[in-house]
Write a protein that binds this ligand. Structure first.
Ligand code: NDP
Ligand code: MG
Length: 383
């Protein structure tokens, strides 16, 4: 029995993780889980499965739950996340929190010798230079949940790292892939939230529309697979059937394909190195699909992707600035306080204003993240 902590259980990845675990209840057990503020959904999940350790974001919610469920142990805030990610009986922590908030629990879980199934890509973007050495030092597994990275991971099974020539990350292009830059000026939140192929949380859906998501994934791939930015290509593939590919020195390209279903990469991270049937999974029929399409992203059209490559290549503190500014600008767009194209403009302004640090410590990253958020808020008169 694999014992799991699920961080971010009330989210898109979190609820699909519940599904996977329920379908394989003889293999997996959730012993601890965290929610943010969606207490109603958390209670529904609690009623559908017996989980002893539960963390919520706010103290008031914790106190309310303590009064109602005396048999469970409740935690709150960042310390609570760390406590449930480091429980002695836990084997693996599936981190499906959105954003920078996932960083500290991941680091502490690694130090407590837990394997990590990582959906929370922001953690690697901001602090890959701290996380990867920790993973090596503590000898834990870092398993990707992000579908592209799971595809790359699967395409590298049994291969030698030195034989890799290139990683090819596929991208759906998001909700606005057919729009020109000019047409992006007055797109709405509602339009941005309609992703053509995947149903995901709001932040990542907006990130998919700006292509910051793909930019974050380029940085995530760099850290997960130890490849140079020159050897990571992005390819727009509107059908989202090929989830990503690896090209080898001998020109062979190995890809992983499937119908778009996040439960597969979630499940693979939990069953690795084995596979299990995906209950309710839809089989891929290429005959029915007929044709697949590909084209190179234009950096002028997708400026966010260009910014992400720039931040990644600079390394140090710059990815943290890009990420913090993006999280704040993304939230302001969702609150309808800025326009869609303001997101990348504000991120770029934050990057230009930042005083670069080549090897930031964790404490410095926490400060830089706050600085980037406040910078964006000030620029739009919200701070
Ligand atoms: P959601 O917004 O759907 O869920 C986020 C989860 O994190 C919720 O449980 C939320 O709680 C919780 N949460 C949010 N903020 C905090 C905080 N400050 N402290 C503690 N908990 C918090 O996001 P997704 O599931 O879409 O994405 C999660 C992560 O996975 C992201 O990093 C995303 O990039 C990545 N990912 C997602 C994919 C997808 O298909 N959704 C695909 C690939 C990667 P609550 O709702 O209760 O407030
Ligand atoms: Mg992805």
């Amino acid at each position: 029995m694999k014992k799991i902590t699920v961080l971010g259980v009330t989210g898109s990845i979190g609820t699909q993780t519940i599904d996977v675990v329920k379908n394989h209840s003889d293999e997996f057990e959730i012993v601890a889980m965290s929610a943010g503020r969606n207490i109603q959904l958390l209670e529904e999940i609690m009623q559908s499965m017996n989980v002893k350790h539960i963390c919520v974001q706010n103290k008031e919610d914790k106190e309310y739950l303590e009064g109602k469920y005396p048999d469970c142990q409740f935690y709150d805030g960042q310390d609570g996340l760390i406590a449930i990610a480091t429980l002695t009986e836990v084997d693996i922590v599936l981190n499906a929190i959105v954003g920078f908030a996932g960083l500290l629990p991941t680091m502490e879980a690694i130090k407590a010798h837990k394997d990590i199934a990582l959906a929370n890509k922001e953690t690697l973007v901001v602090a890959g230079h701290l996380i990867i050495p920790l993973v090596k030092e503590y000898g834990v597994a870092l398993l990707p949940v992000d579908s592209e990275h799971s595809a790359i991971f699967q395409s590298m099974n049994g291969e030698h790292h030195g034989d890799i020539a290139k990683i090819i990350l596929t991208a759906s292009g998001g909700s606005f892939r057919d729009k020109s830059r000019d047409e992006l000026k007055d797109v709405t939140v509602e339009q941005a939230l309609k992703h053509p192929n995947w149903s995901m949380g709001a932040k990542i859906t907006i990130d998919s529309a700006t292509l910051f998501n793909k930019g974050l994934e380029v940085m995530e791939a760099k850290w997960l697979f130890d490849v140079d930015y020159d050897d990571i290509d992005v390819l727009i593939h509107p059908e989202s059937i090929i989830h990503s590919m690896v090209e080898y020195q001998d020109t062979s390209v190995i890809a992983q394909l499937g119908t778009p279903d996040m439960r597969l990469p979630i499940q693979y991270a939990l069953t690795y190195p084995y596979r299990q049937p995906l209950i309710g999974g839809k089989r891929l029929s290429l005959a029915d699909i007929g044709s697949l399409h590909f084209y190179r992203p234009d950096f002028k059209r997708y400026h966010a992707l260009e910014l992400a490559y720039e931040a990644g290549r600079m390394g140090g503190s710059m990815p943290c600035v890009l990420n913090g500014a993006n999280e704040q600008a993304n939230a302001l767009f969702l609150e309808r306080k800025i326009h869609f194209l303001d997101i990348e403009r504000l991120v770029e302004e934050a990057m230009r204003a930042h005083q670069f640090i080549a090897y930031p410590t964790l404490e410095q990253l926490l400060e830089i993240d706050q600085w980037a958020r406040h910078f964006v808020l000030k620029r739009v008169g919200e701070d």
